[in-house]
Design a protein around this ligand. Structure first.
Ligand code: GAR
Length: 203
């Protein structure tokens, strides 16, 4: 059983997938706090409906980014969380958070990193005309969308795909993959080796 803090900025569909996986017994975890970088993120509603405490920040909170991350890490530590899960969190995590949770901040990105990092991973891959894209779950570092890769899933881009149809397929892969990876972490099967590579113990 691991205690999670989840960071969001928007719709929170990945947060919902994690909430559902916990409720259905597929993920041995609890969500202790949801932090949103925006006060209007729909994910806040999802958290409230699930009875999870929330902390909503706004643009002004990030005027001093280090102070924002000190505040966030303080709240996550107060909530006694073991892992921090970025679920569509469109901000970098900085020193105070990375030091408080070393190798314990996880991010999901809707492309096969290191390709197409940033806020528009799906659209950038689609526009580039690549034939395969996908989803990456990785440990966060001080560089946005970079850090040791835990898991990836490929998604083929078909001839008749539109950006919308591709988005749908990528999101449904995300919603499966993120709870699965978090369950591997909950089972203590994920570690970072001496060279900084993530190793997953098979049972
Ligand atoms: C997800 O597709 C996630 O991978 C992406 O934001 C979306 C959030 O959706 N994250 C990034 O692009 C990080 N660079 P959600 O709010 O519905 O979970």
């Amino acid at each position: 059983m691991i205690r999670l803090g989840v960071l969001i900025s928007g719709s929170g569909s990945n947060l919902q997938a994690i909430i559902d996986a916990i409720a259905e017994g597929r993920l041995d975890a609890s969500i202790e706090l949801v932090v949103s970088s925006r006060p209007d993120a729909y994910g806040i509603e999802r958290a409230k409906q699930a009875g999870i405490p929330t902390l909503a920040l706004n643009k002004e909170s990030y005027a001093d980014p280090l102070a924002a991350d000190t505040l966030i890490s303080g709240e996550l530590e107060k909530a006694n969380v073991d892992y921090v899960v970025m679920a569509g969190y469109m901000r970098m995590v900085r020193g105070p958070l990375l030091q408080a949770f070393p190798d314990r901040i996880i991010n999901i990105h809707p492309a096969l990193l290191p390709s197409f990092p940033g806020a528009h991973g799906i659209a950038d891959a689609f526009a580039a005309g690549v034939k395969i894209t996908g989803v990456t779950v990785h440990l966060a570092s001080e560089i946005y969308d970079e850090g040791p890769i835990i898991a990836q899933r490929a998604v083929e881009i078909c001839e008749d795909d539109t950006l919308e149809s591709l988005e749908q397929r990528i999101h449904s892969v995300e919603h499966q993959l993120y709870p699965q990876v978090l369950q591997l972490i909950a089972q203590g099967r994920v570690r970072v080796d001496e060279s900084g590579v993530v190793r997953i113990r098979e049972d």
